[in-house]
Design a protein around this ligand. Structure first.
Ligand code: MN
Ligand code: MN
Length: 463
C-alpha cells in the first residue's frame, strides 16, 4: 500500500509545468497574506478570464447558458467561481472548497500604547499558534482601516525592501532561567505578543508631551497613512511574517512560505478551474472560505449561507429555481474539502503512524476522516464516494495518498467538510501535506501542489 514518490514519474514537460505553477503560487502567496488580499487576487484573475460578477448578472436579470462563468466575493473575504455546466443544477454540481484565512496575530481594537520610551501595538492572536514561534521575527502589517465616512485605507507595511519591519521581542537567554522552566504554552503568553512599532520621541518646544514617542508615531500614521488613533476602532490589521515565499532545498523541490494552510489548496483549486476548457458536464465551483481557523463562524465563515444563496441565484438565472430543486441540487453535489494535511516529519516521527501518514512528494492527500478522540467532530466520507474519487485520480494519472492527522489520540483538527456535508452531499477532505503547519513559515513539496491541481481539475470534470 506504500505510495510512490511523484517526482519519479515526471518528464521534462511535466517538470517545467510544475516549476511554472510553483512560480505563480509563490506570487499568489506574496500578494495574498490576508483573506481580503487572496479574494482580491482571485477576483482580478477571474475578471481577466472573462468571469462576470454574480451580483451584476442578478441585477441585469441575465439568462445564464451552459459555459457561463461567474464569480461572487461576499464581503471581499470569500470567493466562489462557477462555470455553468450542461446538466441542470438540480442534478448537483462539483465543488472544490478551501479556506484563505491563516493563523496570524490581529491588532486589538484599542492597540496603541507607549511604555519605557517604546511604542507598541497590542494584539490578540488568531487561530492555533505556538506563540513562542512569533517572537524575534521580521513582521509585516496587512489590512484595512475604515474611516467613519466609509473611506477605506489599505495598509501594507514591511514587504517592500524600502519598508521598515515590525517585531515582537523575547527575553534574552542570560536572564531566562525562570522562563526556560515554563511549559512551551506559557513561555510567551497571549498578552506578551506586543508589537514594537516605534522608539523615537517627538521634539516639542515646551517639552510637555506626556507620551512623546507615541505622539511621533501618531504623526506618522496621519501623514503617511492618513488615519488617526480613533480609526483603529474600525480597522482590520493582521500581523504576518514579512518577506516572500522562497524555494526550499538545494534541489528546489519545496517551498517555504507563510500561509500554505490553506492557500496552497485554494491556489491549486483556482488553477484547476481556470484550466477547464469548453463546457463541463456538471457545473463547477471553486470556493474560498474565511474564518476556518476559528471554527468557520461569522458571515464569511463556511457556516454562513453564502454558498447556498449563490446556488439559489444561479438556479434562478438559469430559469429553474424552486426550493425543492435547490435542496435536490445541494444534496446531489459532490465536494472535495481542500485543506492541508500534516506531513510526516522524521524529526517527530512518534507523532505519526507511518502506514497512515502523508509524505511530502507523494501526491495529493485524501483524509476519509479527521477529528480527534475517536473521530469526534469528523466528516467520515462514504466508502462509495472514496471509491469514485480513487477512480477519478487513477484515470487522470494523479499521484495520491491517504492519511490521518497524526497518531490516534494525540490531537486532531477539523475542516469545512462537515459543514457542507449538512446538505447531505458527498464530501471528502483532500489536500497538500505540510511540515510545521501553523508556524510562521510552513513547508510544502512542489510535487504535491502540482498533483493537487491536476487532481482537483480531474474531479471538477469527472465527478
Ligand atoms: Mn486548514
Ligand atoms: Mn489550519
Amino acid at each position: 500500500m506504500e505510495r510512490e514518490n511523484a517526482w519519479k514519474k515526471y518528464d521534462e514537460a511535466a517538470l517545467s509545468e510544475l516549476e511554472e505553477l510553483s512560480r505563480r503560487y509563490k506570487g499568489f502567496l506574496d500578494s495574498g497574506k490576508t483573506e481580503r488580499e487572496c479574494a482580491d487576487f482571485a477576483v482580478k484573475a477571474a475578471e481577466e478570464r472573462g468571469y462576470i460578477s454574480l451580483e451584476s448578472a442578478v441585477a441585469a436579470g441575465k439568462k445564464l447558458e451552459p459555459g457561463a462563468k461567474l464569480y461572487s466575493s461576499p464581503m471581499g473575504k470569500t470567493i466562489m467561481l462557477f462555470i455553468i455546466g450542461k446538466q441542470p443544477l438540480e442534478k448537483g454540481i462539483n465543488i472544490v472548497g478551501a479556506h484563505i484565512d491563516s493563523p496570524r496575530i490581529d491588532l486589538k481594537q484599542n492597540p496603541l500604547y507607549e511604555d519605557s520610551d517604546l511604542v507598541y501595538l497590542d494584539t490578540h492572536y488568531y487561530g492555533g499558534i505556538k506563540k513562542y514561534q512569533w517572537v524575534t521575527l521580521p513582521l509585516a502589517l496587512h489590512g484595512v482601516v475604515v474611516k467613519k465616512d466609509g473611506t477605506k485605507i489599505n495598509v501594507v507595511v514591511g514587504e517592500d525592501d524600502a519598508d521598515p519591519v515590525l517585531c515582537i521581542s523575547d527575553l534574552l537567554i542570560h536572564l531566562s532561567q525562570e522562563q526556560m522552566q515554563k511549559k512551551a504554552a506559557e513561555v510567551i503568553g497571549g498578552e506578551d505578543l506586543n508589537l514594537i512599532i516605534g522608539g523615537r520621541p517627538i521634539i516639542s518646544e515646551d517639552d510637555k508631551e506626556k507620551e512623546p514617542v507615541k505622539a511621533n508615531i501618531l504623526n506618522i500614521l496621519k501623514e503617511k497613512y492618513g488615519f488617526e488613533e480613533e480609526d483603529f476602532l474600525s480597522a482590520e490589521i493582521e500581523i504576518v511574517p514579512a518577506g516572500r515565499a522562497r524555494d526550499l532545498g538545494l534541489d528546489r523541490s519545496m517551498i517555504l512560505g507563510y500561509g500554505h494552510d490553506d492557500r496552497v489548496c485554494a491556489f491549486a483549486e483556482m488553477e484547476a478551474i481556470f484550466g477547464i476548457e469548453g463546457v463541463p458536464e456538471r457545473t463547477c465551483c471553486c470556493l474560498f472560505a474565511d474564518k476556518e481557523e476559528i471554527g468557520s463562524v461569522g458571515a464569511t465563515g463556511m457556516q454562513a449561507h453564502y454558498f447556498e444563496n449563490a446556488f439559489a441565484e444561479l438556479m434562478a438565472l438559469t430559469g429553474d429555481y424552486c426550493d425543492l430543486k435547490l435542496r435536490r441540487g445541494l444534496a446531489a453535489s459532490k465536494m472535495l474539502s481542500c485543506d492541508v494535511s500534516a506531513g510526516y516529519d522524521p524529526n517527530f516521527g512518534s507523532a505519526f503512524e507511518k502506514k497512515n501518514a502523508a509524505f511530502l512528494g507523494r501526491g495529493v492527500c485524501f483524509n476519509k476522516y479527521t477529528g480527534s478522540r475517536g473521530k469526534s467532530g469528523s466528516n467520515d466520507a462514504n466508502a462509495e464516494y472514496m471509491a469514485e474519487v480513487r477512480r477519478i485520480m487513477d484515470d487522470a494519472n494523479v499521484s495520491f495518498q491517504t492519511a490521518e492527522l497524526g497518531r490516534v489520540d494525540l490531537g486532531g483538527g477539523g475542516t469545512i467538510a462537515y459543514i457542507c456535508a449538512l446538505y447531505c452531499m458527498n464530501v471528502i477532505d483532500s489536500g497538500v501535506a505540510v511540515l510545521s503547519m501553523h508556524a510562521p513559515w510552513e513547508i510544502i513539496s512542489k510535487a504535491d501542489l502540482y498533483e493537487a491541481m491536476k487532481g482537483y481539475k480531474a474531479f471538477l470534470l469527472n465527478a
